[in-house]
Design a protein around this ligand. Structure first.
Ligand SMILES: [Zn+2]
Ligand SMILES: [Zn+2]
Ligand SMILES: [Zn+2]
Length: 356
């Protein structure tokens, strides 16, 4: 994630900021230019750039809940921004707790969409593509007739992604992480993994890349349910770390791709953030990448990424925290990342951030 600048006063501002702490202007993120603008109200609904009354916008309808800070062009037909328009079932915004969960979920979702915008990945909605458009259902847990909690499932099917709302609460998510014996579990990680399945459908299966996919990840025609059952019964194969970025990635080529896709996004987004702050591990990292989103080489990204993760892992330990990046990238995993980066860099609509 890049660092932004208030285009009115020059103050450093961040992706989620809603107000400039220096000049007090309302801020909005424009997904068309990947920039944050200082705004003044034109009327009850519309806003214009503080220093350019000709550039006019509306806020995403979720701004009324304090859930989204993204802008839309004034007068357009869409009610929601390019991120929020994919949401179908949402948490109960009538309660404080529900609204807080929704806020955390959409914050992670916007972060995901920032990366998709940077690569120019086209994500049609269900209105645009009724069979395979991208849609999110944020699902609440249920209590069955015997009083037992039935946790909602997180998963993907033909562009429909469901996400368990309760995982917006740290305690619930940490319990799930422990039960699943995972080193890392976040809302953003869920979004990146599940959208990886959607990207596989569109860019690998429908994009005529099955042969190259199978050469790297294996044959996805293997029975998926049987593969999952084998994983839950027996655990990952011995020595899985050589070939898979996580134990779960070893279940089936689809999960391997989704995990690799999530890591591609973790790496590129975090490297961009590190670059934005001028962070570089002296004498270890090669010449820093100007824009990690433009890089197609998994090896080149790993050369910058691994020294950074070693440093930040050590910093986390100094604070009594667990590893920031608890994964090891073998050469087999880097080949898988290469496949993902090549796929993403072939997208046509990629955008570089506007300076203002
Ligand atoms: Zn300002
Ligand atoms: Zn929005
Ligand atoms: Zn999955």
């Amino acid at each position: 994630m890049k660092i932004f600048e208030c285009d009115h006063c020059g103050q450093t501002v961040y992706f989620d900021n809603e107000v400039c702490v220096a000049c007090g202007h309302r801020l909005g993120f424009d997904p068309d230019t990947i920039a944050i603008y200082a705004l003044k109200p034109t009327d009850q609904v519309n806003w214009h750039k503080a220093d350019d009354s000709e550039r006019t916008f509306r806020f995403c309808a979720n701004a009324s809940f304090g859930v989204c800070n993204w802008l839309l062009p004034e007068g357009g037909a869409e009610e929601f921004c390019p991120c929020c328009r994919h949401n179908n079932l949402i948490p109960d915004t009538g309660t404080e707790a529900g609204l807080n969960r929704f806020r955390r979920i959409v914050a992670a979702e916007r972060h995901l969409f920032y990366s998709l915008l940077r690569w120019g990945v086209y994500t049609p909605t269900r209105a645009e593509d009724p069979q395979g458009g991208l849609v999110f259902d944020f699902l609440e847990d249920k209590v069955d007739q015997s009083g037992y909690l039935q946790p909602a499932m997180t998963g993907h099917e033909n562009g429909a992604i469901s996400l368990r709302v309760a995982e917006a609460d740290d305690v619930t998510r940490e319990i799930a992480r422990n039960q699943m014996n995972e080193p890392y579990r976040t809302l953003l990680g869920h979004f990146r993994h599940e959208v990886g399945h959607y990207i596989w459908d569109r860019l690998v299966r429908d994009g005529g890349r099955l042969d190259t996919f199978r050469a790297v990840f294996g044959d996805e025609r293997e029975d998926y349910q049987a593969a999952l059952q084998r994983h839950y019964d027996n655990g990952p194969p011995a020595g899985w770390q050589e070939n898979f970025v996580s134990a779960y990635a070893s279940t089936h080529p689809w999960e391997d791709f989704a995990e690799s896709f999530a890591h591609a996004l973790h790496i590129v987004d975090t490297l961009e953030t590190a670059r934005a702050f001028g962070l570089k591990v002296d004498d270890v990292e090669p010449e820093p990448l100007d824009d990690p989103y433009q890089c197609e080489s998994g090896k080149r990204l790993a050369d910058s990424w691994v020294p950074l993760t070693l440093a930040i892992n050590a910093i986390h330990k100094s604070m009594g925290q667990k590893d920031f990046y608890p994964f090891v990238l073998s050469s087999a995993i880097i080949t898988k990342l290469d496949f993902v980066f090549t796929l993403l860099n072939r997208q046509s609509g990629s955008k570089s951030p506007d300076r203002h």
